[in-house]
Design a binder for this molecule. Structure first.
Ligand SMILES: [Zn+2]
Length: 450
């Protein structure tokens, strides 16, 4: 029989077709009789045993190897020794190469399809994936962002926390929960903490308390879109007030047409829409006022300088009529977070979490993720996505003159040698910023996370 297996130390003897599975019977090659690992005396042969191990598929079918191995017994201490085979996995009844190939695929294929391909139980695949994830968590380090976004995200049955690099548009990390108990140790353990200059989050107060003690150079800026969204919410509550007295059909009609007409920025309305909006505003004056308040609140962010923005806010606040408490409470919220909201104009660039592929992108990824996965697996699928990581990295070619050890100072010697005689060493230095968001979105759209 030809050596189908090409595994050192065993010889295949027979092949049996067991329906769905191919079974290969193999004999371990006769070893030199070892000494007892406990007491050192020579061992005696002590019968043979057959053990079954899963191996990589052949002909697209799962493979089992039945290996007959010699056992040895120590005449002095009674210890029984089975010959070790280096190609077997330490933890599972499988070859190392099978475990490796499962590790290679388990973050891009479903556990069920891998279980079908290999004949391993779904739970075994899950365990292999879990080992891989712990290894990755230990080994993979992404560059600490100088501009960091912190956001929450509904994923795998809970509100999770996602940390992004807003300068490179990549994911830096994901945390199971957005609580101080999770955030504080995360920031405390983060390397290069002094590199973080800006943190962009929503108005959730505990965020600041979670990172402020650990990021000595970080300044908080409250995400613009979380701020302006409150003006849209205030407008919505005015619209609902007005349609409360209408019958169901009219309410539905209003919801369909007036809602988006008023929520849209005036600047992006078509001429027809602008006419329609003008009619709505004329026939429901209160809604018209609320709409103007929403628009002028958004315009605060159109200001070029912090001073102009603060002035625009002051004027806006004065224009709120007493009968619109939602806008009053929006003004109060702005006062409560005043410094962190107006820090937007202090940053060297306009920092926001809602960059095209950012908050939206990661939501798209979350929405397209299979329900069968645990949060830990989804996190690993996103964070350790191979292509997205590669695109989120920067490679630099480092050429170093090789200092000759006999010459003492390599640098001095190099000066006196013709350049052709210099030996150089080239290394590629890879800086990883984390998986690139656009690549993740494309992968999610291609069904990689389902
Ligand atoms: Zn012994």
């Amino acid at each position: 029989m030809i050596d189908l297996l090409r595994l050192p130390g065993i010889t295949p003897m027979d092949l049996r077709d067991d329906g769905k599975i191919l079974v290969i019977q193999a004999e371990a090659q006769e070893p030199q009789v070892p000494n007892c690992p406990t007491c050192g005396t020579a061992l005696f042969r002590h019968g043979k045993r057959v053990h079954v191990f899963a191996d990589t598929p052949l002909e697209m079918r799962p493979v089992r190897i039945e290996i007959t191995r010699q056992r040895f017994r120590c005449g002095t201490c009674g210890k029984i020794v089975t010959l070790e085979l280096p190609f077997l996995d330490d933890k599972r009844r499988a070859t190392r190469r099978l475990v490796d190939s499962v590790r290679e695929r388990c973050l891009s294929k479903t556990f069920h399809s891998l279980s079908e391909d290999t004949g391993l139980a779904v739970n075994t695949i899950k365990n292999i994936a879990q080992d891989l994830i712990s290894d990755m968590d230990r080994e993979v380090r992404f560059e600490t962002p100088s501009i960091m976004g912190i956001d929450e995200l509904n994923l795998a049955g809970g509100m999770r926390c996602i940390i992004t690099n807003l300068a490179t548009m990549s994911v830096f990390d994901m945390l199971a929960e957005r609580t101080q108990a999770v955030l504080k140790p995360f920031f405390e353990a983060m390397s290069d903490r002094e590199k973080v200059e800006w943190v962009c989050t929503d108005m959730w107060r505990p965020f600041k308390r979670s990172f402020a003690p650990y990021l000595p150079n970080a300044k908080l800026v409250i995400d613009k879109f979380h701020v302006v969204r409150m003006a849209s919410d205030a407008l919505e509550s005015e619209r609902k007030k007005y349609q409360k007295d209408l019958d169901k059909d009219a309410r539905l009609q209003i919801k369909k047409s007036v809602r988006w007409l008023t929520l849209k920025r005036t600047s992006s309305l078509t001429p027809e829409e602008a006419v329609a909006l003008a009619i709505v505003k004329k026939s429901v004056p209160d809604l018209g006022v609320a709409h103007d308040l929403k628009e002028s609140f958004y315009e605060i962010y159109d200001q070029d300088t912090r001073a102009d923005a603060m002035l625009a806010f002051k004027d806006w606040e004065k224009s709120i009529p007493a009968k619109m408490p939602m806008f009053k409470s929006l003004a109060k919220t702005v006062h409560n977070h005043y410094e962190d909201i107006f820090a937007y104009w202090d940053a060297p660039t306009r920092i926001t979490n809602a960059y095209t592929e950012g908050a939206n992108g990661i939501t798209k990824v979350a929405n397209r993720t299979g329900r069968g996965y645990s949060y830990e697996v989804i996190r690993a699928k996103v964070l350790y996505h191979k292509l997205a990581r590669e695109i989120g990295s920067v490679r630099r070619l480092i050429i170093q003159e090789d200092p000759s050890p006999s010459a003492g100072s390599g640098f001095l010697m190099a000066k006196w040698l013709p350049s052709g005689l210099l030996s150089t060493s080239e290394t590629i230095q890879v800086t990883e910023y984390g998986p690139y968001l656009s690549t993740l979105v494309a992968a999610a759209e291609a069904g990689e996370f389902t």
